[in-house]
Design a protein around this ligand. Structure first.
Ligand code: PHE
Length: 335
């Protein structure tokens, strides 16, 4: 009877040395430890074992069972490593294609705006995001005590240095170094002390436009904004100007485009009005010309602003400005 245990042990040792892979190992486990396996079958013989060797038989069989379990585990663990190494070297696996980068929707829209204005003869200018009080306010006819300073919640670095609240200071910088005729746009980032929500962000993007020359009129401004609207959103877009106030333009206006979603019928995006606010514009104020060293008797000009984020939201039907700045790939991959 005890010999039987020894036989199973030798049998197992020869078999385990022959095992090559996980499925062979599993077969062996079932053969020896399975419910109808050799060890379980031998346990079933316990009742037939003579009483005097029963304890020895039971003990021996238990030890064998443990040893077999242990050996199977060890062999399995070794295989675990060899298997995964093999997988790393599987040359038949299809290659992993690298993720392709895309253009950020804001950059794509900024580029489109730039190419539309370039085609209309505008140069593209640039200015610093950290500005002095002079360029951001003073030269734009917004003196220190002027209530219009409250129109823009400013982020001050020092009393005299600010994060620019609009791209209008670029108007001054260009007029200082360039004599008319001037025909320029200046795209860039601007900052305001705003709490972020679906339509506000503490930083966003504007395009400034400035045209200075002899006999430049409000009609020219309307013509350019119209041409832009048609090229950006299609020839059925209508433009309207509403009287408004900006210290650096006189007269001033705000301009709207007919809703690009409902074509002016009224929908939830335009809140039923059929119109969408774009930004402000107007004729350059003589005080601004003076601050920049341009003869306001000889020259006239118009200026306009434009929100890049706003235009991108309209173009791609995006309802939350924060999506542009969160860098969530699920959002960005759609462009
Ligand atoms: N700078 C203004 C703003 O940020 C927009 C504007 C630009 C208005 C040029 C008139 C002329 O709101």
């Amino acid at each position: 009877m005890l010999q039987k245990i020894e036989d199973i042990k030798t049998h197992f040792e020869t078999e385990i040395n022959k095992v090559k892979d996980r499925s062979g190992l599993e077969e062996l486990r079932i053969k020896f430890l399975g419910r109808k396996g050799m060890i379980s079958n031998t346990f079933a013989l316990l009742s037939e074992v003579p009483a005097e060797i029963k304890p020895q038989f039971g003990q021996g069989l238990n030890q064998l069972k443990k040893a077999v379990e242990q050996k199977l585990k060890e062999t399995g663990a070794k295989m675990g490593k060899t298997d995964s190494k093999k997988a790393q070297l599987d040359l038949t696996l299809p290659g992993r294609s690298p993720g392709r980068g895309g253009r950020h929707p804001l950059l794509a829209v900024a580029d489109e705006i730039k190419s539309i204005f370039s085609a209309l003869g505008f140069s593209i200018e640039d200015g610093p995001e950290i500005e002095t009080d002079f360029y951001n306010f003073e030269a734009l006819n917004i003196p220190k005590s002027h209530p219009a300073r409250d129109m823009q919640d400013t982020l001050y670095i020092t009393e005299d240095i600010v994060l620019r609240t609009h791209t209008s200071p670029v108007q001054i910088r260009v007029m200082e170094k360039q004599k008319p005729p001037i025909r320029m746009i200046a795209p860039g980032r601007v900052y305001r002390r705003d709490t972020p929500d679906a339509s506000h962000s503490p930083f966003f993007h504007q395009v400034e436009g400035l045209v200075v020359g002899e006999d430049v009129s409000f009609a020219d401004l309307k013509g350019i904004i119209n041409a832009f609207a048609h090229r950006m959103f299609g020839s059925d877009i209508k433009v309207r100007f509403r009287p408004s106030f900006f210290p650096f333009t006189e007269p001033s206006a705000e301009y709207d485009f007919s809703c690009v979603f409902c074509h002016g019928k009224g929908c939830n995006v335009c809140k039923g009005t059929g119109w969408m606010e774009i930004s402000g514009a107007g004729m350059v104020h003589p005080n601004v010309f003076e601050a920049a060293g341009i003869d306001s008797e000889k020259y006239t000009g118009y200026a306009f602003g434009m929100g890049i984020d706003r235009i991108a939201m309209l173009k791609y039907n995006i309802n939350d400005i924060r999506l542009f700045f969160e860098n969530d790939l699920r959002f960005l991959n759609q462009f």
